[in-house]
Design a protein around this ligand. Structure first.
Ligand SMILES: Cc1cc2nc3c(=O)[nH]c(=O)nc-3n(C[C@H](O)[C@H](O)[C@H](O)COP(=O)(O)OP(=O)(O)OC[C@H]3O[C@@H](n4cnc5c(N)ncnc54)[C@H](O)[C@@H]3O)c2cc1C
Length: 468
């Protein structure tokens, strides 16, 4: 077996597998090392894909219960088969991981199953129980080892009743009650999944709003929408501890009014963020530097302390998103090949798959205010849109922030139906620096949700909306 490669990639998440394919396309001999049996990393196995599968299933259930009658569809009471819900999710994950295996084979990428540890600057030892170690030598390496769930002091994820999203996506039975610590993206998506099937969910969030990293108006609107799902949302509260006794967990927290309170639930889901995963990769042996939070330090070319070793994705921090990891995977490989297409980090969209969905690109209104950047706002509600009325999806709005003098689009923030897909056209417009008026003047099919964007662009350009 020839164990000598041009590029060896450690970790097969969206960063790693995309880098592997791009490298193979550019003619490199590539190895992809993965410690788990299936490819795809967090995203495919325990992140993006399974969570979206469960979000879709539970949204169907909720729609059947809440909207069918209004649409004129009569059913006998709709019942939930929780085991089937999880089984379908597993099938979707299986289809995706199998698809990745196929892609690796098609691109002649050598998949090496096992734990990768640097032996020296050009050799990686791959260990796997029950099979002999392999020593891969490589000219370049890309570290794409991802992240794992983080927690807070006083709360230890025991994977039984105090769980992370990984366990929550694989519960054996539907719980009655759940406390979710953290009202960020993963927290609100998980809350939606469980609340829609009748679980009594409480979100405890430290900040004064949900999805705190996004434009504030989005978090405020989302809070009202989630409250309609009977999710109890406690803001400005600091969790002190989570303690499991038999089959219950008691979560104690101090509210902004300084009063200590506690809640008991079947499960406590910890969704307070993720931390870089660099355990036993041998970084210290090579002197590869990390920052104070444990993220691998990289330069503008994504090179670590050692120029032939690159790092990408969650393990280097920034937006912990699959598509950000993918962009970096392509960038690192192309940098090795001497090509450079800089990543516009500021134009990487962020999406929350609640219903309605939330999606954002560019600057938030708060950021522009803080920087003293002048801007004009165009805001259009979905309730004024024919398409939204037809589908009974009238909640939410599109907000466009644009430069008042030149019409450059500075930020687009959407909460509404299919926001995750709608944001793509805003990314195109902003990437090519098209003005708000240009974005209005292109033709939008009628009736579509996208027409809300057309109206908001028009309003941001300083003119009145056509349909408001
Ligand atoms: C519940 C949930 C939902 C999410 N939903 C979305 C979403 O909708 N959209 C989105 O953009 N992002 C989403 N994310 C985030 C997304 O999953 C991550 O940003 C993405 O997976 C990061 O990709 P990565 O390639 O950096 O690392 P990962 O996907 O974490 O992959 C790293 C891989 O490296 C392997 N590995 C680690 N160390 C070693 C070693 N020493 N040897 C061999 N292999 C090793 C790991 O086993 C793993 O397979 C979600 C995350 C979670 C938890």
């Amino acid at each position: 077996m020839n164990d000598s490669f041009d590029i060896t990639i450690i970790g097969s998440g969206p960063g790693g597998y995309v880098a592997a394919i791009r490298a193979a396309q550019l003619g490199y001999r590539v190895a992809l090392v993965e410690k788990y049996d299936t490819l795809g990393g967090t995203c495919t196995n325990v992140g993006c894909i399974p969570s979206k599968a469960l979000l879709d299933s539970t949204e169907h259930f909720h729609t059947a219960q809440e909207k069918f009658r209004e649409h004129g569809i009569e059913t006998s009471p709709v019942a939930l088969n929780f085991a089937q819900l999880i089984q379908r999710k597993n099938k979707v994950v299986g289809q995706n991981t199998a698809g990745l295996q196929f892609l690796m084979k098609k691109n002649k990428i050598e998949v090496v199953q096992g734990w990768g540890i640097f032996k020296d600057q050009h050799q990686l030892l791959v260990k796997r129980e029950g099979v002999p170690d392999r020593l891969l030598s490589s000219q370049y390496f890309i570290i794409a080892t991802g992240s794992k769930p983080a927690s807070i002091p006083g709360v230890e994820i025991n994977k039984q009743r105090i769980i992370s999203s990984t366990e929550a996506l694989n519960l054996k039975e539907k719980p009655d009650t759940m406390v979710i610590i953290g009202g960020g993206i993963i927290g609100v998506e998980m809350a939606s999944i469980f609340a829609r099937i009748g679980v009594k969910v409480t979100i405890i969030e430290y900040m004064d709003r949900l999805i705190p990293t996004m434009d504030h108006e989005l978090g405020q609107a989302l809070k009202k929408i989630l409250a309609k799902l009977h999710i109890n949302i406690i803001l400005k509260a600091k969790v002190q501890s989570a303690v499991q006794r038999r089959e219950k967990v008691t979560v104690s927290f101090i509210h902004a009014d300084h009063e200590e309170q506690s809640l008991s639930a079947d499960y406590c889901l910890v969704a307070v963020g993720r931390k870089p995963y660099t355990e036993n990769v041998g970084l210290d042996t090579l002197g590869i530097e990390k920052d104070s939070k444990g993220f691998i330090k990289v330069n503008h070319l994504l090179q670590t302390t050692l120029p032939h070793i690159y790092a990408i994705g969650d393990v280097i921090g920034g937006a912990m998103l699959a598509h950000k990891a993918e962009e970096e995977g392509i960038f690192a490989v192309e940098a090795i090949a001497g090509k450079q297409h800089p990543i516009q980090y500021h134009l990487i969209p962020g999406v929350v798959y609640t219903w309605p969905e939330v999606a954002s690109v560019g600057y938030t209104e708060e950021y522009l205010k803080e920087k003293g950047t002048p801007y004009r706002t165009g805001k259009f509600p979905f309730s004024a849109l024919g398409r939204a009325r037809a589908s009974m999806d009238t909640e939410g709005f599109v907000k466009v922030l644009a430069d008042p003098k030149y019409g450059e689009i500075l930020g687009v923030h959407i909460i509404g139906p299919r926001a995750a897909d709608l944001i793509a056209q805003a990314v195109v417009g902003m990437t090519y620096e098209v003005t708000d008026e240009d974005m209005f003047r292109i033709s939008y099919a009628h009736p579509t949700y996208a027409e809300a964007l057309k109206e908001a662009y028009l309003m941001a350009s300083g003119q009145g909306a056509l349909n408001l």
